[in-house]
Design a protein around this ligand. Structure first.
Ligand code: PHB
Length: 397
């Protein structure tokens, strides 16, 4: 039998020479090159503006999970590229394009603001880039506009607000006003809140809105006493939520304030006594007694120097979901079918409790009822168990 290999070298001569063997094995080819390269993750998040702290907490938590896995997911080194999207929808397509085309990221994790998410979505639907949404809740992303390369580990705006409306009506509350920013998140949450409330016997009698990211709340607050409502539901988040809750308390309005939990999430220290007693509904709460949450909160505080909140949890779970996918395909991110199949089937131990992924690739989770007490969003019940968004109009399967 001939001893000549296809390359024209004698097999025996290659084996005989240690140096030659070493040289041959270090010439990377095809899959070996892809394996050696780190998986590049683009973080498109707000690092400035009213949502800056949200973007920071998501980032800290993603970095934490990667560090806990020894800097590798599915055996691949991870490289992170960060881009401040400033929560500006008008810049979103260009920013997403920069990550996808210039930086050539393998995965995009972003973002917080629903309007910016629309810009990302246009770009990644076309490029096919794997995208994990760690906050923005606009319903349409995992409904009519759903895409096989887009997953969400945070919530839909509907999920967060529906639970609150449902719980409020069950308490016998009848007439309610809804106050928010006039953009996708405020409007989606308004619709979910209304639906839950109606289902349990109440109704929204007035909606008061102002443009994002404005915080001139006084003209809206001045109208509330005249509405004679039993309660006021509101969606604001980040720095604006701090201001809104303080101004609401200062206005001494009788109707109790409530809302999707973003209103008091990561903000209680700054809101102080003005937040005391506010009831909210969210997929996370302080004092959730499970081992994952205890360990996560300790590790997050050690890294970030502040307490974890829902945004941190959502970031951590975005990285956990990616880890599930990459581990299933042993780091071979090009194996799209294997990657997405594993991600769709993921059952994740989240600090919020067990989570899974719905057919439209949005997270399924419990909605907890919380009450702001002594600087904590204490869990006082469950508003909806294992709540999945209906995913209306999504055809992925
Ligand atoms: C959103 O724009 O979807 C959004 C932003 C901040 C939140 C929740 C939702 O806390």
């Amino acid at each position: 039998m001939s001893d000549i290999t296809k390359s024209g070298f004698s097999r025996r001569s290659i084996l005989k020479s240690g140096a030659a063997v070493a040289a041959a094995s270090t010439i990377p080819t095809g899959w070996a090159i892809a394996q050696a390269k780190p998986v590049k993750i683009g973080l498109m998040l707000p690092y400035s503006g009213t949502f800056a702290k949200l973007g920071e907490n998501i980032t800290f938590a993603i970095e934490l999970l990667i560090a806990e896995k020894g800097g590798k997911l599915g055996g691949r080194e991870i490289q992170i590229v960060k881009l401040d999207d400033e929560s500006k929808p008008e810049n979103a397509p260009q920013n997403a394009d920069r990550l996808v085309k210039r930086d050539q990221v393998d995965v995009l994790i972003g973002t917080v603001h629903s309007g910016v998410q629309m810009g990302i979505h246009k770009v990644v639907k076309e490029s096919g880039t794997l995208t994990i949404v760690p906050n923005a809740g606009n319903d349409v992303i995992t409904r009519a506009e759903c895409a096989k390369n887009v997953f969400r580990t945070s919530f839909t705006n509907w999920q967060s607000a529906y639970g609150m409306g449902l719980a409020l009506g069950k308490k016998g509350v009848k007439k309610v006003a809804w106050v928010t920013w006039d953009y996708a998140a405020g409007n989606d949450m308004g619709a979910g809140f209304k639906e839950g409330l109606q289902k349990s016997g109440g109704q929204v009698v007035q909606e008061l809105k102002l443009p994002f990211p404005q915080t001139t709340f006084q003209p809206l607050l001045a109208q509330i006493p005249g509405l004679n409502v039993d309660a006021v539901g509101a969606f604001f988040a980040g720095g604006a939520a701090v201001q809104f809750v303080k101004e609401y308390a200062a206005a001494a309005i009788k109707a109790p304030l409530c809302g999707p939990g973003f209103l008091t999430e990561g903000t209680l220290a700054a809101q102080g006594a003005s937040a005391e007693g506010i009831e909210t509904a969210l997929h996370y709460g302080d004092g959730l007694d499970n081992p994952k949450n205890t360990a996560f909160r300790k590790a997050f505080n050690a890294k970030a120097g502040r307490d974890a909140d829902v945004y941190a949890v959502q970031g951590y779970d975005a990285a956990q979901l990616l880890a599930v996918g990459l581990e299933a395909v042993k780091g071979k991110i090009e194996d799209e079918a294997g990657l997405y199949k594993a991600m769709r089937a993921a059952k994740i131990d989240s600090p919020r409790g067990p989570i899974s992924i719905s057919p439209s690739q949005n997270v399924v989770h419990n909605i907890y009822l919380r009450k702001a007490t002594g600087g904590q969003n204490k869990v006082i019940g469950i508003a909806a168990e294992n709540l999945a968004d209906p995913g209306t109009g999504c055809k992925l399967t």
